[in-house]
Each structure stands twice: as structure tokens, then as C-alpha cells.
Design a protein around this ligand. Structure first.
Ligand code: TRP
Ligand code: SF4
Length: 420
């Protein structure tokens, strides 16, 4: 399997990557707080489309996360949740390849969040940059709440409950994945010392077969007695290759290798989503808060109207004035949608006043409508067959919940909470 670039992973203590059990599970979530637009498509969703073919993916609707900011008017969540799922399906997110689910249908996320909250220092949450940034930015809402402070901890629970190895997120979310790594490490440290750990690790090693068992012990000895980092790497690779051992056993073997306890939560890595190059109607980044969006499946007449009336080079007042594409938001959109021929035609025509701005926009309008056509069509089909959509989500929730339940059992056991 391919390894993605570890763009946002920081080396853990000791300068090496600790506790990554090499698992190839990807998890990401999206908050249902409004209609998706072309910025989401060219940024997040195209990235998900690529990942779903390379990894075991879990994609979910983060409705509880939406609640942290929308608690005063929760209607937006119900209004947008199913449209968002339809949008995912319409762009080609494949429920056969990725598990699609809704956060609040997996109550184990809330249980894990609560359990983690007991040992999470307040200062860890207060220093997450988005905490103060968002409070500043969303001044019209009161975000001095318990839930909002806990936002990144709930996100941590979302991630580690599935033992996800990779988390595709934008730049603004990298600090949250960093927090998840710290929380995972702390949990393993506090609760990873299960009774009979060594015997269990030895048993697990036996399950790899005679040859691998011997190799594992040799490498472990070289690492622990001589600090041989290469041996550590080889042993990790050996564990990653094993097909026949359970996740729990693999975690024991990772922990045993390094001389610690069981690795209950592997540390996730952020997979930085390349910044969306999708410009909005005014040339700034496309974003709901700038009011410059084109909806993913907005009515074609409105799309055409929005593009026809979008601003151009302000110096081009009359048709006969030459313009400069570099000063024009329409040109930014051509970068996304047009081939070299059209781009050349724009540059020449604009600078010489050979074409008018409406002429210039025509191929762009056509390209956007062409891109949206099949998305709109598939969305319509799903809208007319909500039963299918609901059953896709039902299946995804069941699959996710199986994993989450298993993790919680392990967590309760590790924390000594099995008395109930
Ligand atoms: N906080 C994320 C956002 O605003 C959404 C989210 C919630 C998420 N839980 C997650 C993303 C877990 C990745 C993994 O975009
Ligand atoms: Fe912008 Fe095109 Fe008009 Fe030039 S011709 S100002 S690039 S819209």
C-alpha cells in the first residue's frame, strides 16, 4: 500500500514516530452548516474522491460539531444534513468504498469524549488556536461555552475511536489533529498498562508464526539493548505487514517493542488538504462568509447570471478599453476551468480589447455548467430516491458503530470500568 506524505506529522518524543500502528484508515468529517459550493468540491471533496480509492475511508457528518456554533438556531442542521449527504454521493463519493455516517448516530463518540474529558488538562484546550480565533471571528455568537471549548476534544474522539491513521483536513484543523495525537499518547500512557500485558504480547507474537516471532524478538532486543533505531524500523515494518493478527494484538506488539504498554490509540497524522485554488466571484477564496459562492448544484440560470454579473478588471469601463487579466477575477476562474487555447485567447483578446468581457465569460459559463450537469442530475436521482440515501447512511452507521463499540469496550477495560 502507498504511504501518503506525512505533511503535518511531528516527530514524537525521541525524534521518531511513536505509536503509529501503520494503519491505513482515513477519517474525515464535515459540519452541516450550509449548502456546499464549488469551493468545497474543488478542495475537500475531490480530495476525498482520491482517498476513497486508496484507503479504507470513513466520512461523516459532524452534526454535534455544528451544534457548538448553531445551538441557538439548530434548524440549519436539519435543513442541510441530507442535502450534504446527497452532494457527497452526487460528486461520486462511493458508499461501496467509503463508510458514510452521521456522528450523532454513534453515541460512543459522546461517551469517549466524556471519558477523555476527565484527564484532559484545560490548558491544552485553551491553547488550541481556533478557540480564540473563532470567538473573535464569530462575534455575533456567544462561544464562551463548555461545548465550544471541548470542540477539538470531541474531534479527537471522532478520530481515535476509529483508530484512524490519517485525517485529511485543511490548514485550520491541523492543530486539532495535533491535539488528538497528544491525547492518544496520554491515554496510552495512563491506561495502556493492562494486567498480564507481557504474557499477552508474547502470545500475540506467537501468532505471527515461528519465523516472524523469532525475527520480532531479535529486533526488539537490538532496539531495547543497543538502541538500534534501524531494528525498530524493521520491527515496525514487520508488524505492519502482518495480516493475521488483530488490531489489539498489533497494538500490544507495538507497545512491547518500544518497552511501553499497549498502544490503545495509535497517533493519527494530519493529511493536509492542498489549499483550494477555487476563487470566488470576487477573486477572493470562495467562501460562504465572503458571499461569493456558486452552489454545487445551484440553478443553471442563476449560475449563468452570477457569472455574467461578476466583476471584471475595473479599468475596463468601455468595451474599447484594453484590460489586464491579472487584475480580473474572471481570469482566476479561467485558471481552474480553461485549457491553454482559451487562456491564450483571453490574454490576447483582453489586452487588445479584441473581445468583450461577456465574450470572455462565455467559455467559463459553459465549463461550469458542464461540470455541474452530471452532479445536478445524480443529485436529482438521489433526491427522488431518499430511501436509498437513508439506507446508505444506515449501513454506514452500522459499520462505523461496530468499530466504535469495540473500541469503547477496550477503553472501558483499560480504564477499569468493566464493573457495570
Ligand atoms: N472540525 C472539522 C471542520 O470544521 C470537522 C470535523 C469534526 C472533523 N470531526 C472531525 C474533521 C474529525 C476531521 C476529523 O472542518
Ligand atoms: Fe476580465 Fe476577460 Fe474582461 Fe479581461 S476580457 S477584463 S479577463 S472578463
Amino acid at each position: 500500500m502507498r504511504h501518503p506524505q506525512h505533511q503535518a506529522g511531528t516527530p514524537a518524543r525521541g525524534g521518531c514516530f511513536l505509536s503509529t500502528s501503520g494503519n491505513q484508515r482515513v477519517l474525515s468529517g464535515m459540519r452541516p452548516t450550509g449548502q456546499l459550493h464549488l469551493g468545497h468540491y474543488h478542495g475537500v471533496l475531490k480530495n476525498w474522491l482520491r482517498l476513497q480509492n486508496e484507503y479504507e475511508c470513513f466520512f461523516f457528518v459532524a452534526d454535534w460539531h455544528a451544534l457548538t456554533t448553531e445551538y441557538e438556531s439548530t434548524g440549519i442542521i436539519a435543513e442541510t444534513i441530507w442535502d450534504m449527504i446527497i452532494d457527497w454521493l452526487a460528486v461520486g463519493i462511493n458508499p461501496g468504498a467509503a463508510k458514510l455516517f452521521i456522528q450523532s448516530r454513534i453515541p460512543e463518540h459522546a461517551e469517549l469524549h466524556l471519558l477523555l474529558s476527565m484527564s484532559t488538562p484545560l490548558s491544552w484546550l485553551e491553547r488550541v488556536p481556533s478557540y480564540k480565533d473563532q470567538q473573535e471571528k464569530l462575534k455575533n455568537r456567544d462561544l464562551t461555552t463548555y461545548g465550544f471549548l471541548g470542540y477539538p476534544l470531541l474531534q479527537t474522539a471522532d478520530i481515535i475511536i476509529y483508530k484512524a491513521g490519517y485525517v485529511p483536513v485543511g490548514e485550520d484543523q491541523v492543530a486539532h489533529v495535533e491535539l488528538a495525537r497528544e491525547i492518544a499518547r496520554r491515554f496510552n500512557y495512563l491506561y495502556g498498562r493492562e494486567p498480564g500485558f507481557e504474557e499477552k504480547a508474547e502470545l500475540a507474537a506467537g501468532k505471527m508464526g515461528k519465523k516472524n516471532n523469532r525475527l520480532y524478538h531479535e529486533l526488539r532486543r537490538s532496539y531495547q539493548e543497543q538502541g538500534d533505531a534501524q531494528a525498530l524500523e524493521k520491527a515496525r515494518a514487520l508488524l505492519e505487514e502482518q495480516q493475521n493478527i488483530s488490531i489489539g494484538d498489533r497494538e500490544r506488539l507495538f507497545g512491547y517493542l518500544e518497552g511501553g504498554g499497549k498502544v490503545i490509540f495509535p497517533e493519527p497524522q494530519a493529511l493536509l488538504t492542498p489549499a483550494s485554488k477555487m476563487p470566488g466571484l470576487d477573486g477572493q477564496k470562495m467562501s460562504k462568509s465572503y458571499n461569493n459562492t456558486i452552489g454545487l448544484r445551484e440553478n443553471p440560470n442563476i449560475v449563468e447570471e452570477k457569472l455574467k454579473t461578476m466583476p471584471t478588471d475595473p479599468a475596463r469601463i468601455r468595451r474599447s478599453d484594453p484590460g489586464d487579466p491579472d487584475k480580473c477575477p474572471v481570469w482566476s476562474l479561467h485558471q481552474v476551468y480553461s485549457g491553454d487555447d482559451v487562456k491564450k485567447w483571453v490574454i490576447q483578446g483582453c489586452r487588445s480589447a479584441g473581445i468583450g468581457c461577456l465574450d470572455c465569460k462565455r467559455p467559463l459559463i459553459d465549463a461550469v455548467l458542464k461540470e455541474q450537469g452530471p452532479i445536478r442530475q445524480r443529485a436529482r436521482e438521489y433526491q427522488e430516491d431518499m430511501e436509498t440515501v437513508r439506507s446508505i447512511i444506515k449501513d454506514g452507521c452500522e459499520a462505523a458503530r461496530d468499530v466504535a463499540r469495540e473500541t469503547l469496550e477496550e477503553v472501558r477495560q483499560a480504564m477499569g470500568l468493566e464493573y457495570r
